[in-house]
Structures are given as structure tokens and as C-alpha cells.
Design a protein around this ligand. Structure first.
Ligand SMILES: *Cc1c(COP(=O)(O)O)cnc(C)c1O
Length: 428
């Protein structure tokens, strides 16, 4: 790996002064200093190379340090890194919006660029709210969602995250009370029974006058529990939302851009949302950017100014990199790669099923999940994985893999073996 190696990073300063995600400043989790990343490898300061099983929270789908993404960033930086989007526009935004309109459902025609996934969710919720108010439905003040969902860490997003996990526990008095239904039953191929959809049907029938919109993650619930469920849910929910004229928001921030084997997870069901949230892999893991894409009846139905406008809206660097990432995805047969990864994940993780601590093993596309009966100690397992030369970061009772699409079979084998060893050696 090229570049100048930063020697003796001051990790103690980090531990004393810098927050990491979801950490206690008084008792920080261990952190490993990184000096480079290339392809599917993360290089630590001490020279160890870790095979990446996380794609840096599911973003780096093409691997790290990709020459095409780097070139897009540098070329754009040479022209203009940023200008305000109020009253000005630019080619990177227009080109990316054209691509997003092209690759999403035909009905999705209008694009709002935001800075992060959480903000995209805020924007989607606000769009649906402004639409309802414009329609004179001023008594509406509820969103409907499923338990085990995760939509981000800002207030609006938190209020539709799973109601019993940490966010809600920490901020319960400040969160608006929305309507939570049991999460869809696990099983991609599970036939949907009438009773599965009945609670949703009942809620829409009884409370449709209160409901602004329905929001959830299609087919895979990610950070809220890695739950993979039947696409038939989407079809049934879509039909009921149509019946009651309630906008449907799909949060594809984690599932978009090929992760589940389709470009977007909603394509497993052949139905589209009214409002679609994109983020994470949008820039191929290079920088933060999100987008909300919606139907014309939503965008035009608001009938006034939509009240949101981030300072760095449609940042040209981020847009240029996102365009390059989408071009890259189109330049190779990513479907075959995902199928290959899916096969390897099934082969590699299935042996875990018989181990005592394991509750379930499930795989869809390039997502592999081992669910345990009990929560995992985040102070020991990451170090075990680093010793084995892999980067895997479990949460709660879930050990999962979401590797870059360019990972090879041998690397996948090492990742899967490390999980099996961790369960046998540390958790049994
Ligand atoms: C990660 C995630 C978000 C939040 O995105 P941030 O960029 O972290 O704000 C929202 N929804 C889903 C489904 C996610 O996976």
C-alpha cells in the first residue's frame, strides 16, 4: 500500500477527546489505528492487513481506494468543490439526478439531495407531512412503521426506529409517538399468511385519518435487527397504502445499489414506493451524501415551497463521486458477483447453525447474518477478529458480513471461518 505511513498515531488523545459511534466517553471501546485501505483490505498502523467484512457500514461496495472514484473526486475538486445550491446549479447534481431518475422506478422523478441517511429520512417524513397538510389533512400526525427498523439518529428518524432499542430508551420523553407494528416474520421465501398482514390492514382501516405515511426498510431490516423477510409484504402494504391513499416511504439507505441482489430491494416485489431514501453506498463509500427520490404527485402535491435546504446540498464532490460509483456498477456484471458472494456466504456460514450459541443463520445477496441467543461483548470480539486478520463488527446479538462486491472467494472463506471460530472459541 502506497503513501506515507503515519507513525505513532496518538490513540490516547483519541480515547480521551473523540467520540466514536455509540460510545461512552468515560469508558471508550478499543479502537484500531488505520493508515490505509485498498480493495478489500484495511491496513493497520502496525502493518497488519484486515480483510473487510463490513464495507465500512455497507458503503464501500467497490472496495477502497478505487482509481475511478478517486479520479472523479480529483477532477471535480479541480473545477469546483462546492457552491451553494440555493439559486445555483451544476453538472454533477444534474447528472446524478438523471442517473437516479433512470435507475429507480419510472414513477420516481424528483430528487432531493441531502447530507446523510438520517437527513434523507427527515426529508422524506417532512415531504409526506407537507403533502398531507397541502391536501388539507391537517389532523394527521402519525407515521406507521415496523418494529426492528432503523432509520437514523436524528429526532424524526429516531422516532420511527425500533421503540425498544437504545435510542428510544435514551430519548423516549422527547420522541413523537408513532404507530409500531410487529416486524415482518423472518424468511425471504416464507409464504405470507393473512394473519401476517392483518395488523397492518387493521391499523390503516382504523387510523388512516391520523396517518401521514408508512415508512420501513424493504426486504431487509438492517441495523435494527438484520431481519430478512418476504417481498410479498411489500406488495400487500403497497395495495393497502393505495387503498387509503397513504404515501409509502421505502428506506433503501442500507439495501440500495445491489446489496440484496437487485439494484433496489423493492424490485424483489415489483412494487415501488412514493418516496425513496438512498444513502450509504450512493457514493461507493467515499463521502457522505444521500438522496430522496419521489413521485410527481408527491413533489407537485406539496403545492408550495418544500421547507428543507441543507448548507452543503448537492455538494459537487459528493455528486461527482456518486455518479462515478453508479457508472462503475453499470460497468460490470455486479449481479453475478452478488450471486457468487451469496453462494459463498451460504456455504461459509451454514456450519455455524449447529453451534449452541447460534439462533439463526440467514443470507440474502451479499448480506450474511449469524444471530446468537445472547448479546456479544464488544470489548473482546473485535480484537479476536483483528487477531484473525479480519474486520467484522458485530452488534447486539448479531454477527454479520456485508463485504465489498469485489471480495474474492478466498477472502470470503477467511471471513466466514473467523466467525465460526469466534463462536466456537470465544462464545461457546
Ligand atoms: C444507516 C441508515 C440510516 C442513517 O444513515 P446515516 O448516514 O448514518 O445518517 C438510515 N436508514 C437506514 C436503513 C440505514 O441503514
Amino acid at each position: 500500500m502506497g503513501g506515507i505511513r503515519a507513525l505513532n498515531m496518538d490513540v490516547s488523545f483519541d480515547r480521551q477527546h473523540i467520540w466514536h459511534p455509540y460510545t461512552d466517553m468515560a469508558h471508550p471501546d478499543p479502537v484500531f489505528p488505520v493508515v490505509g485501505a485498498q480493495g478489500c483490505l484495511i491496513e493497520l498502523e502496525d502493518g497488519r492487513q484486515l480483510i473487510d467484512g463490513m464495507s465500512s457500514w455497507w458503503t464501500a461496495i467497490h472496495g477502497y481506494n478505487h482509481p475511478q472514484l478517486n479520479a472523479a473526486l480529483i477532477q471535480q475538486a479541480d473545477k469546483m468543490s462546492h457552491v451553494m445550491f440555493g439559486g445555483l446549479t451544476h453538472e454533477p447534481a444534474i447528472r446524478l439526478a438523471q442517473q437516479l431518475v433512470d435507475i429507480t422506478d419510472n414513477t420516481l422523478q424528483h430528487v432531493f439531495f441531502a447530507d446523510s441517511g438520517s437527513v434523507a429520512v427527515e426529508v422524506a417524513l417532512k415531504m409526506a407531512a407537507q403533502l398531507a397538510f397541502a391536501r388539507g389533512q391537517t389532523s394527521k400526525d402519525k407515521f406507521v412503521t415496523f418494529r426492528k427498523g432503523y432509520h437514523g439518529d436524528t429526532f424524526g428518524a429516531m422516532s420511527v426506529c425500533d421503540p425498544i432499542d437504545g435510542m428510544h430508551q435514551a430519548f423516549a420523553p422527547l420522541l413523537n409517538k408513532h404507530i409500531f407494528l410487529d416486524s415482518p416474520h423472518s424468511g425471504f421465501n416464507r409464504p405470507l399468511l393473512d394473519e401476517d398482514i392483518q395488523p397492518f390492514k387493521d391499523v390503516l382501516q382504523r387510523r388512516h385519518e391520523e396517518i401521514i405515511a408508512v415508512i420501513f426498510e424493504p426486504v431487509v431490516q438492517n441495523a435494527g435487527g438484520m431481519n430478512i423477510y418476504a417481498p410479498e409484504y411489500l406488495r400487500q402494504v403497497r395495495a393497502l397504502c393505495d387503498q387509503y391513499q397513504i404515501p409509502l416511504i421505502f428506506d433503501e439507505i442500507a439495501t440500495g445499489f445491489g446489496r440484496t441482489g437487485k439494484l433496489f430491494a423493492y424490485q424483489h416485489a415489483g412494487v415501488a414506493p412514493d418516496i425513496l431514501c438512498l444513502g450509504k453506498a450512493l457514493t461507493g463509500g467515499m463521502m457522505t451524501l444521500s438522496a430522496v427520490v419521489c413521485r410527481s404527485d408527491v413533489a407537485l402535491g406539496i403545492e408550495s415551497r418544500f421547507m428543507h435546504g441543507p448548507t452543503y446540498m448537492a455538494n459537487p464532490l459528493a455528486c461527482a463521486v456518486a455518479s462515478a460509483s453508479i457508472d462503475l456498477l453499470h460497468s460490470y456484471d455486479w449481479q453475478s458477483e452478488i450471486q457468487r458472494i451469496e453462494k459463498q456466504l451460504c456455504l461459509g456460514l451454514e456450519p455455524c447453525r449447529v453451534l449452541t450459541p447460534v439462533k439463526d443463520v440467514r443470507v440474502l445477496g451479499s448480506i450474511g447474518v449469524v444471530e446468537l441467543h445472547q448479546s456479544i461483548d464488544l470489548n473482546t470480539l473485535p480484537s479476536f477478529f483483528v487477531e484473525k486478520g479480519v474486520w467484522i463488527r458485530p452488534f447486539r446479538n448479531l454477527i454479520y458480513l456485508m463485504p465489498p462486491y469485489v471480495i474474492n472467494d478466498e477472502q470470503l472463506h477467511v471471513l466466514c471461518t473467523a466467525i465460526q471460530q469466534a463462536i466456537e472459541e470465544v462464545l461457546c
